[in-house]
Design a protein around this ligand. Structure first.
Ligand code: SF4
Ligand code: SF4
Ligand code: SF4
Length: 545
């Protein structure tokens, strides 16, 4: 029986997930709630898996649902839930519609490459680095593209519309400030987009079937799926109708076989077979209906049929080389102070200075990230926190965390500062790199300490009154104390400083006269006392005459 409706359902579900994902990344007006964001991200495989093992909590069980779905129905994660998969499907759709090149062909399986990439990704994670997930995980790639490429474009478009419409602006269209566009991040995202477009146009879903570690893992699991696409050997006459439709490149109609590990369950092939030879049905332990390719089928026919010593040596050398590069990169990775003993910042108050010789070179990590060690080991650089932070203080790092931490976020106090009573990034991080905080908890988490540099301060260099840092400090950790010529000069109390960066951001000098040095392990600050919450006075109302 042909189940054409399956493809309709697949497209509807994938569009739903895709639109919801776009909504949370392109949330330029800040209307999407953290609960909604967490709900949308819940089923994303790699972030959920990382969060599960980071928190050791069954609350992050989205990946288990994906595994169960795969065992039941095959790789439907790849064809419905994964936003990068849907993006590729869209590119393929337009390729079919607008270009002459409409046919796919069977692609030789590259099982060794796939397995090597999967194993290396696992080894990197076990070694405490999400470097390969940062580069290869579909969720993180999609997030980087949305945040660094499409969101600035959308804000630009919004502001252009506001400008063009002028007085006729409808109320929803208001200007949106974009504090920074990093050419590096933009180029990085553009590079990912180009790779995805080229793969999709030339080879269909080959990215998912060759490079994506999630696709490989789910592909091998789908070998035991209960329901799957099958080629009926008796009905198939090798016409190739299904093969040219298969964007996974997994149907070999000439030999009447298909590689189930590369079938992404897009259901494009179902209605194509003129003799009803392609079906999606219960196939557990019915391997004869689908001739799963044998190991020797995956070997290049030009070979002798053996896994030759030359090839063996090639893979061993490549493996050693990759591991060597990894060791080098990881060795270069700035190893922050371990958080293994004092661990979570909220476990104890320790205001002794744990910092290195020049702490300002260390990037400040967002509140809730516990320590730099925790952060770099768990963050996959999906940039959801960057997209969500209303202050735009979270920015992608380039080399602050070393090469393996490229594009992981950091606090950039030249762009903005962390709002005192905001906890948004702590509530939405899908991997647990930033752990949830309440507003009260956040107000005492010290992510860094401020340092006053008198020789840069204009009170000293220009004998001018200033105090911008003190004015902007939410805890009044910077106080203005008497100085020469009747002036006052900043003095820092790091017991109550939370490292929010408001002082650094507000300081008018270049270089800054007050900077925030990172706490490699986040600490607990004392609560400030006697802070007067300044109330804004509406003079128009207060003075009625
Ligand atoms: S810290 Fe930010 S970039 Fe890293 S995983 Fe969490 S949300 Fe994504
Ligand atoms: S807590 Fe600070 S860094 Fe996090 S979203 Fe809010 S303002 Fe941004
Ligand atoms: S001293 Fe600076 S970093 Fe510390 S709380 Fe005040 S404004 Fe924030």
């Amino acid at each position: 029986m042909k189940r054409n409706w399956l493809k309709g359902i697949r497209i509807a579900v994938s569009l739903l997930f895709f639109l919801l994902t776009i909504l949370i990344f392109l949330n330029i007006k800040g209307i999407v709630t953290p609960g909604f964001i967490s709900g949308v991200v819940f089923l994303q495989f790699a972030p959920s898996l990382i969060k599960f093992f980071t928190l050791l909590s069954f609350a992050a069980f989205g990946f288990l649902i994906v595994l169960i779905l795969t065992v039941l129905f095959g790789r439907i994660y790849c064809s419905t839930i994964c936003p990068l998969g849907t993006l590729q499907d869209m590119i393929i759709y337009f390729r079919r519609r607008f270009f002459r090149r409409k046919k796919f062909r069977f692609l030789k399986a590259q099982q060794v490459v796939r397995i090597c990439i999967l194993l290396l990704t696992i080894i990197f994670i076990l070694a405490g680095s999400t470097f390969l997930l940062n580069l290869l995980d579909p969720w993180s790639i999609f997030g980087k593209m949305m945040t660094n490429l499409f969101k600035p474009a959308l804000i630009g478009l919004n502001n252009l519309m506001v400008y063009l419409l002028g007085d006729q602006t409808i109320s929803f269209l208001t200007p949106v400030e974009l504090k920074k566009v990093s050419i590096f991040s933009l180029s990085f995202a553009l590079l990912f987009l180009c790779i995805v477009v080229i793969f999709s146009v030339v080879r269909g879903r080959q990215y998912c079937n060759l490079i994506c570690p999630v696709g490989t893992l789910l592909g091998y699991l789908s070998k035991i799926s209960l329901f799957r696409i099958t080629l009926d050997q008796a009905l198939c006459n090798s016409c190739g109708a299904c093969q040219v439709k298969c964007k996974g490149g997994c149907i070999d109609s000439r030999n009447r076989t298909m590689d189930i590990t590369r079938c992404i369950d897009c259901f494009d092939c179902l209605k194509t077979c003129p003799s009803d030879g392609v079906n999606y049905k219960f196939s557990f332990f019915k391997g004869s209906q689908i001739k799963i390719r044998r190991k020797e089928d995956f070997i290049d026919p030009s070979d002798t049929g053996e896994f030759t010593m030359a090839r063996h040596r090639f893979f061993l050398t490549s493996g050693a080389l990759i591991m060597g590069i990894f060791g080098y990169l990881y060795g270069r990775h700035p190893q922050p102070e371990s958080d293994s003993d004092s661990t979570l910042a909220n476990e104890g108050v320790n205001l002794s200075d744990p910092q290195g010789v020049n702490p300002h070179v260390q990037p400040v990590t967002p509140p809730g990230s516990v320590s730099q060690a925790h952060f770099v080991q768990v963050c996959t650089a999906c940039h959801l926190c960057i997209a969500t932070c209303p202050a735009q203080v979270i920015q992608p790092a380039i080399k602050d965390y070393g090469l393996t931490g490229i594009m992981q976020p950091k606090m950039d106090y030249h762009v903005s500062f962390c709002t005192y009573d905001c906890v948004l990034c702590t509530l939405i991080c899908p991997t647990g790199a930033i752990l949830p905080l309440t507003i009260d908890e956040k107000k005492t988490i010290q992510i860094g300490k401020s340092r006053f540099i008198k020789k840069e301060c204009i009170v000293d260099t220009k004998n001018t009154a200033c105090g911008a840092c003190s004015e902007h400090c939410p805890t009044k950790a910077v106080a203005m104390v008497p100085y020469q010529y009747g002036l006052t000069i900043p003095e820092v109390n790091n017991e109550i400083c939370v490292g929010c960066g408001a002082c650094e951001y507000a300081c008018p000098t270049d270089p800054k006269a007050i900077v925030v040095d990172a706490n490699p392990v986040h600490l607990i600050a004392k609560l400030p006392v006697n802070i007067k919450i300044e109330k804004k006075v509406d003079f128009k109302e207060d003075f009625p005459f």
